[in-house]
Ligand binder design. Structure first.
Ligand code: PGA
Ligand code: ZN
Length: 422
């Protein structure tokens, strides 16, 4: 039963925003196969690997991915054919060399990642092992990591910024179950709070729609009002704030950074970078945040250092756009003590091997890790297995509603039942 690659077939499918994305099937000579689909971001960091779009206005308003699909079918596929699909490192290195650019701009990170992930999926099928086991074995070669626990979900209940049709500056308002809760209990808490929050928004007549990640997108006066509503929901629930449940925030600050500082609707004037750091410290004092992601602009290294020095022990200061799952950026963040945690998205870097290297580097540096989706997802559940495989502290898959989000939460329920039966 040869594990050599027999065929690689890519096609264009739709993501949860209705935009085209790449789905690829890798078939081994043995007949075992794996399929993977690539997600897409809206608040894309400057330092991410390049997502190749056709920019042909006649199709999907320029968002088509036929060039990336074609790169898989006619460039990557023929090159990898006959190579051993169990050798993930060689497969990924071959694609990196074939692309030849530092940010995968030639073939597209979407093209390359789809092949990288589908190869791993086929390999785990071939070995008749659950995907999380196969990925854990790969990760163990970098950093021995026995699977001891399920990651804790962080649930995005209110969507603002680039993800919400409402008027909030901050991108994501989360509830985070205490890490001592088992996974399914934490998930249940998140769902119950989501539904209570819905009732509160209806009662308040706060007209809302639903944002890209399944959270509510209400029209509110300030960002802190959004926290106020979540606190109300917690009060109406059986759970105790600060014991059972905590708050988290993805500020996604790069998107409201101005020339001179930061402008948010909670303050009448633009805040200087120094004053914005003070504002964040005060916000943390008020809401005792557990997670604080992208509190500052992706190039505001001084602000990141200052904030992490002041509150990085009490709250996980999470680098998303700052590091962009990039090893060189992570080295810089570690050297500068710019964050206490890192968000890890496979399509920011473009191959599974590089992704696992970045996770291992973060863990060795003592940073907390969060395996994350993108705002536009498919029903692919690869990242659920990945979160378990690398023993991420948290997983971030959006609100606990909508098919493309619950697909991943449900996959974790399956894994929990397999590994930690009650
Ligand atoms: P994105 O948002 O997928 O639109 O980049 C997710 C995030 O910022 O964490
Ligand atoms: Zn983010």
């Amino acid at each position: 039963m040869s594990t050599n690659i027999y065929a690689i077939i890519a096609r264009e499918i739709l993501d949860s925003r209705g935009n085209p994305t790449v789905e690829t099937m890798v078939v081994f000579e043995s007949g075992y196969r794996g399929i993977a689909a690539v997600p897409a971001g809206a608040s894309i960091g400057t330092y991410e690997a390049v997502e190749l779009r056709d920019k042909d206005d006649k199709r999907y308003r320029g968002m088509g991915v036929l060039k990336a699909v074609n790169n898989v079918n006619t460039v990557i596929g023929p090159k990898l054919r006959g190579m051993d699909g169990l050798n993930q490192g060689v497969i990924d290195t071959t694609m990196i060399q074939l692309d030849g650019t530092p940010n995968k701009a030639k073939l597209g990170a979407n093209a390359i990642l789809s092949v990288s992930l589908a190869t791993a999926a086929a390999a785990s099928a071939q070995q008749r092992a659950p995907l999380y086991n196969y990925l854990n074995a790969l990760f163990n070669t970098l950093l021995p990591t026995p699977i001891k626990r399920m990651p804790t979900p962080t649930l995005n209940l209110i969507n603002g910024g680039k993800h919400g049709a409402g008027n909030l500056d901050f991108q994501e308002f989360h509830v985070v179950p205490a890490t001592n809760k088992s996974y399914h209990v934490g998930l249940q808490m998140g769902v119950e709070l989501d539904h209570i929050l819905n009732d509160i928004l209806v009662y308040r007549n706060a007209v809302h729609s639903v944002g890209d990640e399944g959270g509510f997108a209400p029209n509110l006066f300030t960002n802190s009002e959004a926290f106020g509503l979540i606190m109300d929901a917690i009060k109406q629930s059986p759970y105790t704030f600060g014991v059972d449940i905590f708050l988290g925030l993805d500020v996604a600050a790069s998107h409201f950074k101005t020339q001179g500082g930061y402008r948010i609707k909670d303050k009448p004037q633009e805040l200087s970078p120094k004053d914005f750091v003070k504002y964040l410290i005060e916000l943390n004092r008020q809401y005792r945040l557990l997670l604080l992601e992208d509190p500052l602009d992706e190039d505001d290294w001084e602000g990141w250092r200052e904030l992490t020095a002041q509150i990085g022990k009490d709250v996980l200061v999470i680098a998303d756009d700052l590091v962009a799952t990039n090893a060189a950026r992570l080295d810089q963040a570690i050297a500068q003590k710019a964050c206490s945690a890192v968000l890890l998205k496979p399509n920011q870097i473009g191959t599974l091997s590089e992704y696992l290297q970045v996770v291992a580097k973060a863990k060795k540096a003592g940073l907390a890790t969060i395996v994350s989706h993108r705002s536009a997802e498919t029903n692919d559940t690869f990242i659920a297995d990945l979160g378990v495989a690398v023993q991420a502290d948290y997983v971030k898959f959006g609100a606990p509603v909508r098919g493309e989000r619950v697909a991943k939460y449900n996959r974790l329920l399956q894994i929990e039942a397999e590994l930690f039966p009650q």
